[in-house]
Unconditional design. Structure first.
Length: 389
């Protein structure tokens, strides 16, 4: 299906983040009017923990200024916590977006499991923020389209195929179409489940347009826009709290002798490249949900086990002359390590997604960025310290 080109006013919540920043540049580069919002919570939490992005990212004010110099396009931004209802309302009332892309959440399962305070902070930030967004839409821009980033982690690992948001069931001779059952694996993932329920309710009761993107684990650093200037570089988290297993493996391949796999490594998950994230969000934005529709897409392109990823990284590192081994650590998480996993992802493919599959070339791109900035590595931050038990 071809995208019908329609210029839109896009408000990106969490526009300083790993996904929000390249998304903002992507839409701006395509002629859309873009504004950014961020509270810099990720930067603050890194500072508290003594970690940082491996890549040297500029303050947002300087990042935006660099983009405006490179592109010649103005891109306003606002320092704003979306749990501040009055401040959020003021920005939406002034900008009047056609599309709101919401990344403005604490995106870490380990963070949410540290202790009670971190669990409460995660759910308060994520659930309250989402509620503020949908109320602001209802009162100020009821025809706008919300593209909300969810997670495949909402589903857990059920012993049935994972459908896209909904499931047809037969019970005692009666049939119904219901939202797919959720079995989250952390208080963070539970916050996303709460978001999904609130969004479905708002669409059904108020007629809002909502697309919930249940995203897999994202890999990669560079996009077509972030490589245009060193000042546009994307962030790259590799620590135990905000980094992913694949990010950790890539950093370990360049700096250590072993890749640390939690447990057996047979846990299976959905993955996609960061450029595919931009494709998916653009497809969702330019083909919006209908009024009153709560639309769910499972946003991933491939499924791997954690051990398969480690072996792929080790092979790529070996070609570059790095000798690494795979080390199995005690799994700090409570999760099934042997399980059925067959999720559907047809919706975005039907809209025109052209997947960029994981390859040696893609991994080499990430590894080369890590090599350039390995002097910024903070030791000790990849060691697991948060336990689910």
């Amino acid at each position: 299906m071809m995208i019908e080109r329609v210029d839109v006013k896009v408000l990106v919540l969490g526009g300083d983040g790993y996904l929000g920043w390249p998304t903002s540049l992507h839409f701006s580069a395509r002629g859309h009017e873009v504004a950014l919002v961020d509270s810099f919570l990720r930067r603050t939490e890194h500072a508290r923990r003594g970690s940082d992005s491996l890549t040297p990212i500029l303050p947002l004010e300087q990042r935006v200024a660099r983009w405006e110099q490179v592109s010649g396009v103005r891109m306003p931004w606002f320092e704003l916590d979306i749990t501040d209802q009055d401040a959020l309302y003021a920005v939406i009332a002034d900008f009047r977006p056609d599309t709101i892309i919401d990344y403005a959440e604490l995106p870490s399962a380990p963070y949410s499991m540290i202790d009670c305070a971190h669990a409460v902070r995660t759910q308060r930030n994520n659930v309250e923020g989402t509620l503020n967004v949908i109320w602001a839409m209802r009162e100020l821009v009821p025809d706008a389209h919300l593209v909300k980033l969810g997670t495949m982690g909402e589903y857990g690992t059920p012993n049935i195929d994972i459908e896209e948001g909904y499931i047809e069931i037969t019970h005692k001779g009666r049939r119904d179409r219901m939202t797919f059952p959720k079995r989250a694996g952390s208080f963070y993932h539970l916050s996303k489940v709460h978001d999904s329920h609130n969004l479905e309710f708002a669409a059904r009761i108020w007629g809002l347009r909502v697309t919930d993107l249940n995203q897999g684990v994202v890999h990669g650093i560079e996009t077509a826009e972030t490589i245009l200037d060193p000042g546009l570089i994307n962030r790259f988290d590799y620590d135990e709290i905000f980094g992913t297993a694949l990010n950790r493996f890539c950093v370990q391949a360049m700096t250590a002798n072993s890749l640390t796999v939690y447990g057996s490594g047979r846990q299976r998950r959905g993955f996609l490249n960061i450029r595919d994230t931009l494709q998916c969000v653009e497809l969702a934005a330019l083909n919006p949900a209908a009024p009153g529709q709560f639309r769910v897409f499972n946003q991933f392109t491939e499924v791997f086990s954690i051990l398969e990823l480690a072996e792929i990284v080790a092979e790529c590192a070996h070609k570059d002359g790095y000798e690494v081994t795979v080390e199995h650590l005690h799994n700090p998480r409570i999760e099934a390590e042997d399980h059925y996993y067959n999720p559907s992802n047809q919706g975005l493919l039907d809209l025109g997604l052209k997947p960029i599959l994981l390859s040696t070339e893609l991994l080499e791109s990430t590894l080369s960025v890590i090599r350039r900035h390995r002097d910024r590595l903070v030791s000790g931050v990849m060691t697991p310290s948060t336990s689910w038990s």
